[in-house]
Every structure is written in C-alpha cells, then in structure tokens.
Design a protein around this ligand. Structure first.
Ligand code: HEC
Length: 113
C-alpha cells in the first residue's frame, strides 16, 4: 500500500516534471512518443505487467517483471529488444520497431525513476 502510494506520487512528480517532453535522459532511444506508447502499453503490455507496471504483484501473471525496476535496470535499446524478441516467459510482442521505442519512452517516463 505504502509502496504503491509512493509509486503514484513518483509518477505524478515525474509527469509534472517531464510534461510534454518526448525524450528521456536514460538511454539511447530518443524521440520515442510516450503518449503513443501509453496507448500501446495499455493494449499490449498491461494485461501482464499491470497499469502501474508492477507485474506479477499486480496482474497475477506468473513471473511478469516489475517494470518500475526494469525501466531503470535496462537500457532503452535492451528494452526495445525484449519487446520485439521476448525473453524467458515473455513472448515477443507484435509491434514495429518505432512502436517499441514509443512504448519504451512511456515505460521509462511512467515507471522509471
Ligand atoms: C503474456 C504476458 C506478457 C506480456 C503481454 C508482456 N510481458 Fe513483459 N514480461 C512477461 C514475463 C512473464 C516476464 C519475465 C520474463 C522472464 O524473465 O522470464 C516479462 C519481462 C519483461 C521485461 C524484463 C526483461 C528482463 O530483461 O528481465 C520487460 C522490460 C518487459 N517484460 C516489458 C514488456 C513490455 C514493454 C510489454 C508490452 C510491449 C510486455 N512486456 C508485454 C510477460 C509479459
């Protein structure tokens, strides 16, 4: 409970701080459209990773990773690779390279710190 409250506050602060900027400063993929990524995330990722990105704890899907951790742990290019090619228990997701970059921008902005 406290953790999800903290996460919500962090997201609110991040969104307030980052506003309309399309770039983030955490890696090599620049120009990903986070607004488009949010729509794609809801359609392609949320069922397993949850609306707050916390994964199994939230969605109940066995082993789904906590994206608030992965957003900071993975480079942007590594996250794009996971989306396009899958990894372990996660299937490859049927999106284009550009869409994967948009999703990555959103995941970093919404869930990263
Ligand atoms: C069918 C369920 C499912 C969907 C849909 C899904 N994931 Fe995953 N995801 C998983 C599971 C399960 C893992 C843990 C994989 C493992 O390490 O075995 C995972 C792991 C990850 C990881 C961590 C990879 C690592 O290096 O440890 C990232 C990042 C990720 N997912 C992002 C996404 C994004 C972004 C989307 C949407 C484009 C998405 N996932 C869609 C189930 C899913």
């Amino acid at each position: 409970m406290i953790r999800s409250l903290t996460l919500s506050l962090t997201c609110a602060l991040l969104l307030a701080a980052c506003g309309d900027k399309e770039t983030d400063d955490s890696g090599s993929v620049s120009g990903g459209d986070a607004a488009n990524g949010e729509t794609l995330y809801a359609a392609k990722c949320q069922s397993c990773h949850g609306v707050n990105g916390t994964g199994e704890a939230e969605s109940g899907v066995s082993g789904a990773a906590d994206l608030s951790v992965e957003a900071d742990a993975l480079s942007d290019s590594a996250m794009v690779d996971v989306i396009l090619n899958g990894q372990g228990g996660m299937p490859a997701i049927n999106v284009s390279q550009a869409e994967a970059e948009d999703i990555t921008a959103y995941v970093n902005q919404a869930f990263g710190s």
